[in-house]
Design a binder for this molecule. Structure first.
Ligand code: HEM
Length: 402
């Protein structure tokens, strides 16, 4: 362990801000200016937690087994979310080696091959949604017509959820993610989703399909994971699938409010792969910070002692603006050479759906730019409504015309 040389910084209150647009959280900016390691108190939970914001520290903390996710269960760590209902066997709250075993059960659905298997159907679905929107004519809400329904369809297909149940799964997802409907509604939705997946997975025991519930059924059949673990794996994947809506909503907001960027991407398609990564780096995907970790022993980081039992957060958003890794980090630069952004996290808890999200975003951006080259906002920039009280940031509607 390296030596403790620096006193703990003061505890800073981080209020829940209802930020609009893609502005970087001013509290986070201030924390980053104050130093690489901070202590924060969020609106809910108890006490304070450490926060690291530098790229290298974020990679270290997220990849070091001395910081545990499993230990978070049962603790009232200071947090943004008003209610906190962790599912004990869900992959977000399990440490190695169990975590690797759980992810292995669904891994083949998320490999390049697993994702590419979905591409042709996804493209067809998307074309159908755009056809309908064009047929109905402008103005249209891009969230309602494309950015919400498309990821739901894709994630349900990946999960092996029948088309008739998609709406129900979407309703549960929204209730679980929303703080405005209260903890009871969220808890009920979580139980309903668990029961739904328990039944679907039980029916698929010994199945040979490539969808996630078939993979889970097969893994239970082989004894690799328990029924409870299978159910707890399905929920976060289903829910995570809808993260694409908000993230891509922010992406399109950036393009629609900066016509020079929109025009370049429309006219120079070869820039798009790099541009998507640059937008992923730049977009403030969430409010405040996500799930914490707990130190399982004393660790000295940049001369500051993190004591055993202390909660610690990382900010992937802050890491993505670290000037040591991304020169001129507040500028959107489609021609940044390498772009090792952490939009999908780092370490063992790296986003399961990263490649899927990237594929969906590629299809959405390509299809919209190629098919609707005159796409633009139909309201002024400040009239775009943003989600309030949300954990994940995004526009509630994107009114467009063409
Ligand atoms: C642009 C869209 C998305 C973004 C920006 C995003 C971001 C992230 C981040 C930063 C993490 C890691 C958090 C940590 O350190 O614990 C994560 C984890 C996760 N994501 Fe995503 N995600 C996206 C889309 C998706 C999709 C489409 C799915 C489902 C297919 C998904 C499912 C998950 C799951 C299940 C985890 C937990 C992984 C684990 O703990 O092992 N996400 N995501």
């Amino acid at each position: 362990m390296s030596e403790e040389t620096t006193a703990a910084p003061p505890v800073r209150h981080w209020p829940a801000l209802d930020l609009t647009g893609v502005d970087f959280d001013p509290v986070l900016s201030e924390l980053m200016r104050e130093g690489p390691i901070n202590r924060i108190q969020l609106p809910n939970g108890e006490g304070w937690a450490w926060l690291v914001t530098r790229y290298e520290d974020v990679r270290l903390v997220t990849n070091d087994p001395r910081f545990s996710r499993a230990e978070v269960i049962g603790r009232e760590v200071t947090r943004l979310a008003p209610h906190f209902i962790p599912q004990a066997s869900a992959m977000n709250f399990v440490d190695k080696p169990d975590h690797s075993r759980l992810r292995r059960a669904v891994n083949t659905a998320f490999t390049t091959r697993g994702i590419e298997r979905l591409r042709a159907n996804a493209q067809k679905t998307l074309e159908g949604m755009v056809d309908e929107m064009l047929r109905d004519g402008p103005p249209a809400d891009l969230i309602d017509r494309v950015l919400a329904p498309f990821p739901i369809t894709v994630i349900c297909e990946l999960m092996g959820v029948p088309a008739t149940d998609r709406h129900t799964l979407h309703t549960w997802t929204q209730a679980i993610l929303s703080s405005s409907q209260g903890a009871k509604v969220s808890e009920q939705a979580k139980r309903d989703m668990e029961a739904y997946f328990a039944k679907l997975i039980a029916e698929r025991r010994g199945a040979t399909g490539e969808d996630v519930t078939s993979l889970l059924g097969a893994a239970v059949g082989r004894g690799d994971i328990t029924e409870e673990e299978a159910m707890a794996l399905a929920g976060p994947i289903q829910i995570g699938g809808e993260a694409v809506t908000n993230n891509t909503g922010q992406m399109l907001y950036v393009l629609l409010t900066r016509p020079a960027l929109f025009d370049r991407l429309r006219d120079e398609p070869e820039l798009r792969p790099g541009a998507l990564d640059e937008l992923l780096r730049y977009i403030p995907h969430r409010n405040a910070v996500g799930l914490s970790r707990i130190a399982t022993e004393d660790v000295v980081l940049r001369g500051v002692r993190i004591s055993k039992g202390d909660p610690i957060y990382v900010s992937y958003l802050a890491a993505n603006r670290d000037p040591d890794v991304f020169p001129d980090p507040d500028r959107i630069d489609f021609e940044r050479g390498t772009n090792p952004h952490l939009a999908f996290g780092h370490g063992p808890h790296y986003c399961v759906g990263g490649m899927l999200a990237r594929m969906e975003q590629e299809l959405i951006v390509n299809t919209l730019l190629d098919r609707i080259p005159t796409l633009r906002l139909s309201v002024s920039e400040d009239e775009v409504p943003w989600r309030r009280g949300a954990l994940i940031r995004g526009p509630e509607a994107l009114p467009v015309t063409w």
